[in-house]
Design a binder for this molecule. Structure first.
Ligand code: ADP
Ligand code: MG
Length: 219
């Protein structure tokens, strides 16, 4: 089903609600492995986006909408995660436009899957991070792969959403036993094993909430 940017306020709300609902749990993770500000950083980014909801809903094409999201997140200065999410959306804007003469006004699983892949690659480049380093990349890469597989397999949207959610949860869970070698957690060495990365958890939560909002499910 092709989506228009008018869906964005619902998706931003879904992301903000799940972060608020899991704030204590994630803060506990980030207090153990980081400096404890990850939830506050994300909430600041999401609040800035909520304030732009009406404007985003009225945008006519996805490339401009992604660009605005990226710039908004980038300028709300939300720690390492904020600049990485900013990078993700700015790269999405560029990839979604591609070399088309006119930017697409609708979004489908097929068009999104290829561009999300490129956007995640941009995050990895910016953060100099690969899978297995106990970061949000451990959630984002499997999600990009699941999107690509679902698009290739011609999955109906509910099946695709289910696979994306499973990939996000498995990716997030994979960070539990990893040794952190990126970001602040890397200073803690072996002590990082046994605890899920906060950024991997929040990206999983937001992806699952967005997938549910898109398929009309309530969690
Ligand atoms: P900061 O580390 O500046 O305090 P946050 O607390 O908002 O920023 O975000 C921390 C999260 O950001 C980590 O849990 C991790 O998932 C992610 N992160 C940090 N550095 C990187 C990196 N270089 N590449 C990918 N993700 C990273
Ligand atoms: Mg932090």
């Amino acid at each position: 089903m092709p989506l228009k940017p008018s869906i964005l306020p619902d998706l931003i709300r879904a992301a903000a609600e799940t972060i608020d609902a899991h704030a204590e749990e994630v803060t506990a993770l980030d207090q153990t492995l980081g400096d404890g500000d990850h939830v506050t950083n994300l909430q600041r980014d999401l609040k800035a986006l909520s304030a732009k909801s009406d404007e985003l809903a009225q945008m006519s094409d996805w490339s401009n909408a992604f660009q605005k999201i990226g710039m908004t997140v980038m300028s709300s200065v939300g720690g390492a995660s904020g600049s990485l999410y900013g990078t993700l959306f700015i790269a999405l804007a560029k990839a979604y436009r591609g070399d088309r003469p006119v930017a697409p006004t609708s979004l489908t699983l097929e068009t999104f899957a290829g561009t999300f892949d490129e956007a995640v690659a941009a995050v990895q480049k910016r953060g100099k991070t690969d899978v297995g380093q106990k970061t949000m990349v451990d959630t984002l890469v499997p999600v990009a792969d699941a999107l690509t597989a679902a698009a290739k397999g011609g999955e109906p949207s509910t099946g695709a959403a289910e696979k994306v959610k499973q990939a996000a949860v498995a990716g997030m869970e994979s960070t539990r036993d990893l040794l952190a070698t990126k970001g602040r957690a890397s200073y803690l060495g072996e002590r990082t094993r046994g605890i899920v990365d906060a950024g991997a958890r929040t990206s999983q939560l937001m992806i699952c909430a967005i997938a549910d909002a898109l398929t009309g499910q309530k969690t």
